[in-house]
Ligand binder design. Sequence first.
Ligand code: PLP
Length: 393
Amino acid sequence: MSYRFASRIGKVKASFLDELFRVSNDPSIISFAGGLPSSALIDTGGIARATREVMEEDAGTALQYTTTDGYLPLREYIAARYRTRLGIPAEAAEIQIVNGSQQCLDLFAKIFLDPGDHVGMERPGYLGAIEAFSLYEPVIDTVPLEDDGPDLLAFERMITTAQPKFFYGIPNSQNPSGRTYSQDTRRAIAEILREHDTVFYEDDAFGELFFDAKPRLPVRRYLPGQAVISGSFSKTVAPGMRIGWMYAPQEILAKFNIVKQASDLHSNFLCQKILHRYLTTTDPDRRIQEIVKVYERKCRQMCDLFNDLLPELTHTTPEGGMFLIATLPPGLSARAVFDEGVRNKVAVLPGMPFYVDDGGTDTIRLNFSSASEEQITEGMHRLSNVIHGMLHA
Ligand SMILES: Cc1ncc(COP(=O)(O)O)c(C=O)c1O
């Protein structure tokens, strides 16, 4: 039997995930290669209590099928948070609950992309988006991501010539680079897009994790009918619940709802109820402040160790989020640093999966949220030994 798979499955770049899984399963390796929030900061006690309460008071409903758009009180909670945090007049009718914001990437591409359509992205861009979009066989056009956001000249040129159906970006503490768009860049992007039929897709996985706790205004604020935002409880509550959302104009959401229903009918209703109970009976902002304080300390620690131990590398200095990116000195390849690192019990993620061309061979991504402070110190010393060993070989 030879399986006659669809041709699109061959269009997805082989992912690094298998190798990553191998290193994250070896306890002797200190891994900065993955992307996990800190397990120590998940409020297991609070979530256990919320689970018990839902099961005692409401199990019959929580264990039944429900509507595709999601649990209305949870959608109202999310909309209210946009209004109070960002001053955006969001309504529950504009919010669709999904299985983690990763599902937005798949469903959004499904409703917008025909094979050969253009889609814009940052360079480097989020690996999970490249994988999700690639299954719909688009042409991906990239724009260099600078310290304050996409290079605006390149952005305008690309939008004008390729006319992508949408541009996907992560304005807040981007994965993989940790970079944040300036407010001027957000405004300029909106100005440019206003002249075109290109939607701005803002992936806001990290918007609540700014170290200065100040929210940044989304592009959607300047471009209401032409921008969507995906959000997630993965980084602020617990990724295993797999609850995120899409906030979009109703015309887009109506199509989104159709493909969501075809895909899985609805997201896990029990988890939606538990999450809502948890959010409304605890102080989620205090928990977020705690998470942010720890991530800021770890980020500063990693940056300081880079400066002290590895001055040959340049690195980004994030304002929030969970990742930074470093550029290797000439002559060193990210793949070789990964291999030699694993031999010496420290793992970093080579930059290549974040590029749709042949880029990234001289960059590495490091996650600072998941390792402990002791592990960060030890891991950065190991990385310094690895890189200096290779430079002097
Ligand atoms: C930029 C970005 N978007 C989306 C996701 C998916 O997150 P989730 O599906 O847990 O909301 C991640 C995961 O790390 C991410 O980094």
